[in-house]
Design a protein around this ligand. Structure first.
Ligand SMILES: [Ca+2]
Ligand SMILES: [Ca+2]
Ligand SMILES: [Ca+2]
Length: 236
């Protein structure tokens, strides 16, 4: 029997309308000295990568090539609190470094591993050193989030960042984030004038969907399809 395409299309339209209800909320850059400064700190499902074990290894996320966790050094610029003290000292922690070659970093989330795409995601910009234009130690960064189809759902910036020094410093550090109920497949930070910069505190939350909301969603789609099928029988 031929599938009744005309009954399936309205159900798909319903699903699209439903998922489109929630717009992405971009979180303006905010000062950040420890995880307590995160807008996601009060959400117990938030997963935090501090890079303090020298690797990106929290579940369900991969980074674009070449970036690596940089060891503590005078040029490493971790989130301040990662060494156990919010004291202005940032060089005894790990950050995630552009390898002197990358102007952009993308973190891609795996819905299979996480159970669902995250609905919250963010990271902290911590430093810029050498630049390709402008003044050393000052950068321009843009933060972008994408949905499950890879479409851009929001952009923050370009935002001016930096304090003029490649050495570790805390007051310049900024959190960038996004909230999107429909799911976030990736976040990207791009520096328009540098391949010598660092980020830290990648974080995301992928709450398990509530069973009743899934059931309601499915029932809604089925009811609509059934109504259209009845109408088709009457008019067909
Ligand atoms: Ca510190
Ligand atoms: Ca760190
Ligand atoms: Ca810094």
């Amino acid at each position: 029997m031929k599938p009744r395409l005309n009954t399936l299309v309205p159900a798909a339209a319903f699903a699209l309308a439903f998922s489109g209800v929630a717009q992405a909320q971009m979180i303006a850059p905010t000062p950040y000295l420890s995880f307590a400064d995160s807008p996601f700190a009060s959400d117990p499902t938030t997963v935090l990568e501090t890079f303090e074990d020298g690797a990106l290894n929290v579940p369900g996320v991969t980074a674009s090539a070449s970036w690596f966790a940089s060891s503590p050094s005078p040029f490493s610029d971790s989130v301040d609190g990662d060494d156990g003290a919010v004291d202005g000292v940032t060089t005894s922690g790990y950050a995630f470094y552009s390898a002197s070659s990358q102007s952009s970093v993308t973190f891609t989330f795996d819905a299979q591993v996480l159970g669902a795409l995250p609905t919250k995601a963010g990271l902290v910009w911590t430093d810029v050193g050498n630049v390709t234009s402008g003044s050393a130690g000052f950068g321009e960064v843009t933060f972008t989030a994408r949905d499950s189809n890879g479409n851009i759902i929001g952009t923050t910036g370009p935002t001016s960042v930096g304090d003029g020094t490649a050495n570790g410093s805390a007051a310049e550090d900024r959190f960038f984030g996004v909230i999107h109920a429909g799911g976030i497949s990736s976040i990207t930070m791009t520096a328009s004038n540098s391949t010598d910069w660092e980020v830290d505190h990648l974080q995301y939350a992928a709450p398990v969907p509530e069973p009743e909301s899934i059931a309601l969603f499915a029932i809604g789609g089925l009811l609509l399809a059934a109504r259209v099928a009845r109408r088709d029988r009457r008019h067909g």
